[in-house]
Design a protein around this ligand. Structure first.
Ligand SMILES: [Zn+2]
Length: 321
C-alpha cells in the first residue's frame, strides 16, 4: 500500500517535471540564439543556421564557376577547427587581427549545425567523424554511413577532395590531420577512400601528423610551395582537446585560448598564401568550419551546445552557394 502510493507520487512528480525540462531545453536554445544574434558577428541567426553540409556545396560551386578575369587557377583551403563551438568565436570579436574576421569580412560568417537535419529523425552523433564526413561530402549519415566515430565512409559517397580531382576540376588535393581515426586507424573514416585514390593514381594525399604544430608546419610548407595542392583540407585539434580536458565553452580559459590559437594559425597560413608569387593569378576560396560543438567535457548529443557550429567563407554570401 505504502509502496504503491510512493510510486504514484513519484510518477506524478516526474510528470510534473517533464514540462520543466522542456522549458529549460527551450530556454537554453533561446539563450544561445540570443548570444549569437547579439554578437553582431553572424550573417544569419540560429533559426536559419546552415547545415554543415553546405561546405561541400560551397567548394563545388567555387571549382565549377568560371575563373574571374585575370585568374588562371582555382584554389581552396578548408580550415577545420575541431570542436570549436559557434559561440567560441565571440572570443575573437575584438582581436585586432583575426582569420575569422578577415575571411568573413570579405564574405560571410554563418551559424551552422551538425547532428543531422532533424534532432529526432536520421540523427548522427555530433562527433568528429560524422561531422567532417558531412562537411566534406555534403551529405548526412544516411548517405555517408558515418553515424559515429569508427564508421567507414561509404564508397558511394566521396569527399570533395577525391571527386574534384577525379572530375579534373582540381588537379590535386591534400588532407592534413593528426587524429588516427581519419586515415590511419583500422576503422578510420577515409581509409578506404585513401586506398581508392592511390589505386586510381589520383593526386590526393592523405597525411597524418603528430599534432597541431606538425600539421601547421606541413601546411605552411604546402601553401608556400609553387605546386601547392588546389584543394587543401586540414584539421586543428586544440579546441576539442581543451574541451575534453576542462570543458567546452569560453568559460574554460584553455578552451578560449585553443580557439584563438586556431585563429592565429589560420591567419598565418592566409598570409603565406597572399605572399605566393602566383597569388595574383590564383582564385582562392577560404573556408573555416567546425565539426561539432560540445557541452561539459563531451559532445555527441543533440543539444544546442553540441549541434551548433559555424562556417566562415571569404566568397559566397548565398547560403549553400
Ligand atoms: Zn571533433
Amino acid at each position: 500500500m505504502f509502496a504503491g502510493a510512493g510510486l504514484t507520487r513519484l510518477v506524478k512528480v516526474i510528470k510534473a517535471l517533464i514540462p520543466l525540462f522542456a522549458l529549460l531545453f527551450t530556454f537554453n536554445s533561446t539563450m544561445y540564439a540570443a548570444k549569437i544574434g547579439n554578437s553582431g558577428m553572424f550573417d544569419n541567426t540560429l533559426d536559419n543556421a546552415l547545415p554543415q553540409t553546405a561546405v561541400a556545396n560551397m567548394v563545388n560551386a567555387h571549382f565549377s564557376q568560371p575563373l574571374p578575369p585575370g585568374k588562371t587557377v582555382k584554389k581552396c583551403v578548408i580550415f577545420g577547427w575541431d570542436g570549436a563551438r559557434c559561440d567560441s568565436l565571440l572570443t575573437l570579436k575584438d582581436e585586432p587581427l583575426s582569420a575569422i574576421r578577415e575571411v568573413s569580412d570579405a564574405g560571410a560568417l554563418f551559424a551552422a549545425y551538425a547532428g543531422g537535419e532533424s534532432k529526432i529523425i536520421d540523427t548522427q552523433s555530433t562527433s568528429t567523424a560524422p561531422g567532417w564526413a558531412s562537411i566534406l561530402t555534403g551529405k548526412w549519415a544516411k548517405d555517408t554511413g558515418v553515424y559515429n566515430n569508427g564508421d567507414l565512409l561509404k564508397s558511394s559517397c566521396r569527399t570533395v577532395l577525391t571527386s574534384l580531382v577525379e572530375s579534373g576540376q582540381a588537379s590535386s588535393a591534400v588532407f592534413l590531420c593528426s587524429w588516427g581515426g581519419h586515415i590511419t586507424a583500422s576503422d578510420a573514416t577515409y581509409r578506404a577512400e585513401a586506398a581508392y585514390t592511390a589505386q586510381q593514381g589520383l593526386d590526393v594525399r592523405w597525411e597524418t601528423y603528430s599534432g597541431d604544430d606538425a600539421v601547421q608546419g606541413a601546411l605552411a610548407q604546402e601553401v608556400s610551395s609553387p605546386g601547392a595542392a588546389d584543394l587543401i583540407f586540414l584539421i586543428y585539434e586544440r579546441p576539442d582537446s581543451a574541451g575534453h580536458d576542462g570543458g567546452f565553452g569560453n568559460g574554460n580559459p584553455a578552451y578560449a585560448d585553443a580557439v584563438r590559437a586556431c585563429d592565429r594559425d589560420s591567419l598565418a597560413v592566409i598570409r603565406l598564401i597572399q605572399a605566393r608569387d602566383t597569388f595574383d593569378s590564383e582564385d582562392w576560396l577560404f573556408i573555416i568550419a567546425s565539426d561539432h560543438g560540445g557541452q561539459g567535457t563531451g559532445h555527441g548529443a543533440q543539444t544546442v551546445e553540441c549541434r551548433t557550429t559555424f562556417i566562415a567563407t571569404n566568397k559566397i554570401r548565398q547560403a549553400g552557394g
